[in-house]
Write a protein that binds this ligand. Structure first.
Ligand SMILES: CC(C)(COP(=O)([O-])OP(=O)([O-])OC[C@H]1O[C@@H](n2cnc3c(N)ncnc32)[C@H](O)[C@@H]1OP(=O)([O-])[O-])[C@@H](O)C(=O)NCCC(=O)NCCSC(=O)C[C@@](C)(O)CC(=O)[O-]
Ligand SMILES: NC(=O)C1=CN([C@@H]2O[C@H](COP(=O)(O)OP(=O)(O)OC[C@H]3O[C@@H](n4cnc5c(N)ncnc54)[C@H](OP(=O)(O)O)[C@@H]3O)[C@@H](O)[C@H]2O)C=CC1
Length: 404
């Protein structure tokens, strides 16, 4: 009997708990034992799941009860020329996806951006948020807590920043609803996406509030943050990075390479992305920004649940006075990091290396800004290509040819 079989047997007999296997062997053998158990009980063949290309120990901070890894095909679009505030030059964009035709589309968009001289990109606002909820005795105490927060901003900042050498509190805004007070802390988290950093720092500030006021903390996250849920506050106020990419494309390039006209792209954008989205009550006034955000998040080790916020994007398109096509994509809440979370995993770190943004930037925060700009330029390429495919009526044929 192999070590893994022996461990699997001990789990079956109740001697060891499934999540304690790493206490008895190394991380790879523990994953093997778990695979044996799951394969046995489900009848699934987990050979492919077990054929992963890194030491399981590397993933210990990222996953519990590990049995293996899911492999998602990785492709590249580009290279595309980016003139950003933090990222300048030609870059291949790494995209992990199972949607055929997506990378072809982004690739076509990148080619068009390049033919137009490249895309501009800028981060216009930065700040990861955490909003604990406090319970008070009523509006008199709620107002007093809001006032205390404003009067003690420096002490709150000092408490929060005592937990991190990188994070900086940039704002604490109180929101009052009856006997509930939500304090929306905003942090500059530099190159980290910052959710752990902001949560730990806010926890420290909450201890000060409870020690000094009558309010009691109900939950460290009161959903006004808002993390991993669709929310207007993120679309309006921003969360993570607010980023815009834009380009002006000469009319002949639109006609030659996208088989449509600037006027048709602008009209589709208005009727589909603006009016259609408004009628649907959507927060996303775009065509498929989530496609590029999700594929680049997977490729670079971002928290995939935050694609929800990454879809808070508005695409604009208009015909210029000279008859050319101006297109922009503004993502309000793109939550990205180049340190921490899944960014250290080997293939994800390579994804960051393709963009030249692995690890901490110099100055701190510049690598995460650069990643945000690259993703937004990818989204711009994708919007352009899909809007054009709708204009030339190529969407269904493209997916019939490439996506099945
Ligand atoms: C498929 C194309 C690009 C063909 O477009 P085309 O212009 O007919 O193709 P082409 O053969 O002339 O090639 C043009 C360029 O496309 C790229 N390209 C072309 N083929 C490939 C390939 N195999 N691999 C990589 N790149 C490819 C490549 O850049 C190429 O330039 P080249 O390098 O040859 O000079 C076009 O029809 C297209 O972009 N269609 C739109 C597809 C799309 O955007 N799908 C996105 C997903 S749809 C979805 O998920 C969301 C949705 C639709 O439900 C949201 C909504 O409601 O709107
Ligand atoms: N806790 C929660 O509620 C939630 C957690 N998550 C998870 O949180 C993780 C991401 O949290 P995050 O805080 O980004 O990452 P980590 O928890 O991995 O922490 C990253 C740390 O890296 C250090 N660091 C080193 N160099 C830099 C640099 N250049 N810029 C910024 N920080 C640097 C900082 O340490 P120091 O602070 O000491 O300076 C920072 O706190 C993901 O795994 C995500 O899935 C997601 C949603 C909610």
């Amino acid at each position: 009997m192999s070590l893994a079989e022996d461990l699997a047997e001990r789990v079956r007999e109740g001697e060891i708990r499934l999540h304690e296997l790493e206490d008895h062997t190394d991380a790879d053998a523990a994953a093997t034992a778990r695979r044996l158990l799951v394969a046995d009980e489900s009848g699934a063949d987990l050979e492919a799941t077990g054929a992963y290309a890194f030491d399981a120990a590397v993933a210990e901070p990222n996953v519990e009860n590990m049995v293996g890894a899911v492999q998602i095909p990785l492709g590249v679009a580009g290279p595309v020329t980016i003139s950003g505030g933090a990222l300048s030059g030609d870059r291949y964009l790494p995209l992990a996806t199972t949607e055929g035709a997506l990378i072809a589309s982004v690739n076509r968009g990148c080619g068009v951006l390049d033919a137009a001289g490249g895309a501009n990109a800028r981060v216009t606002k930065t700040g990861m948020t955490r909003a604990p909820v406090f319970k008070t005795d009523g509006i008199v105490e709620s107002e007093a807590l809001a006032a205390w927060t404003r009067d003690n901003a420096d002490r709150l900042r000092e408490a929060a920043e005592s937990t991190t050498s990188h994070g900086e509190v940039t704002d604490v805004t109180p929101y009052v609803v009856g006997n509930n007070v939500y304090l929306r802390f905003r942090y500059d988290t530099k190159d980290a996406m910052g959710m752990n950093m902001a949560t730990i720092a806010t926890g420290e500030a909450c201890e000060l509030i409870e020690a000094e006021t009558d309010a009691s903390l109900v939950a460290l996250s009161g959903n006004l943050c808002t993390d991993k849920k669709p929310a207007a506050i993120n679309a309006i106020e921003g969360r993570g990075r607010s980023v815009t990419a834009d380009v002006t494309i000469p009319a002949e390039i639109v006609e030659d390479r996208l088989h449509t006209t600037p006027g048709a792209v602008a009209e589709i954008n208005t009727r589909k992305n603006l009016v259609g989205s408004a009628k649907a009550g959507s927060l996303g006034f775009n065509a498929h920004v989530a496609n590029v955000v999700a594929a680049m998040f997977l490729a670079t080790g971002q928290d995939e649940a935050q694609v929800v916020e990454g879809a808070n994007a508005i695409t604009t398109a208009e015909v210029t006075d000279g008859g050319d096509l101006y297109v922009s994509v503004s993502i309000a809440s793109l939550e990205v990091g180049t340190v921490g979370g899944g960014t250290k995993l080997p293939t994800q770190a390579e994804g960051l290396e393709i963009l030249g943004v692995r690890g901490g930037g110099e100055p701190a925060g510049s690598n995460a800004d650069a990643l945000a700009e690259a993703i937004t330029v990818g989204a711009l390429a994708g919007e352009l290509s899909l809007l054009a495919a709708l204009g030339s009526r190529h969407l269904s044929s493209a997916h019939a040819d490439l996506g099945r």
